[in-house]
Ligand binder design. Structure first.
Ligand code: PNS
Length: 164
């Protein structure tokens, strides 16, 4: 049984994240999508809302025999990965610009916990420029985000923006 952790802020989950999860399912029997509880960030969605959105959209995902779980965590990622008896951490890399920071994190995580491997995966080119941060910015300024996030997520963003 191969278990991976796919950590992130998921504020909100994008189609790029879902693409990585789908690909990860080809390699792992179980993926825990782990939302970081980060008191230093001002998120758009609460942890509970992010969990709900992930749950909703994962139900529509093609994941074969791969088991998908949504959790949240605080503190060191590798410590959480060990507690959950994971073999690997999955991270998506969109462009070279992601690589430097991701490499730093992967090497630091390896130093802290050599038993956990980091696996980098590339999303489809169509998502190579998609990030939660940009999606929020564009949407907030009235731009079109169709195809970048699931419909259910866009609807929730609309409600947030309208103050409901
Ligand atoms: O989606 P993000 O915001 O790029 O995800 C970043 C994340 C959650 C992977 C990273 O911030 C993280 O692992 N935080 C947990 C704290 C930790 O372990 N820090 C040391 C990393 S070397």
């Amino acid at each position: 049984m191969r278990r991976a952790i796919y950590p992130g802020s998921f504020d909100p989950v994008t189609n790029g994240h879902l693409d990585i999860i789908e690909r990860g399912c080809k390699l792992f029997d179980e993926i825990i999508i782990a939302i970081l509880v980060n008191p230093n960030k001002q998120p758009m969605f609460t942890i509970e809302e992010r969990r709900e959105m992930l749950g909703e959209v994962l139900a529509t995902l093609e994941h074969g025999q791969c088991r998908l779980l949504v959790e949240d965590f605080q503190g060191l990622l590798v410590q959480y990965a060990i507690e959950r008896e994971a073999d690997a951490i999955v991270r998506g890399i969109r462009a070279i610009s992601d690589y430097e920071y991701e490499l730093q994190m992967a090497l630091m995580n390896r130093r802290l916990e050599p038993r956990i491997e980091t696996v980098f995966m590339m999303p489809a080119e169509a998502y190579s420029y998609v990030s939660s941060r940009l999606v929020k910015e564009v949407f907030g300024l009235g731009g079109e985000i169709e195809g970048l996030v699931p419909k259910a997520v866009e609807a929730r963003m609309r409600r947030k923006l309208d103050g409901n």
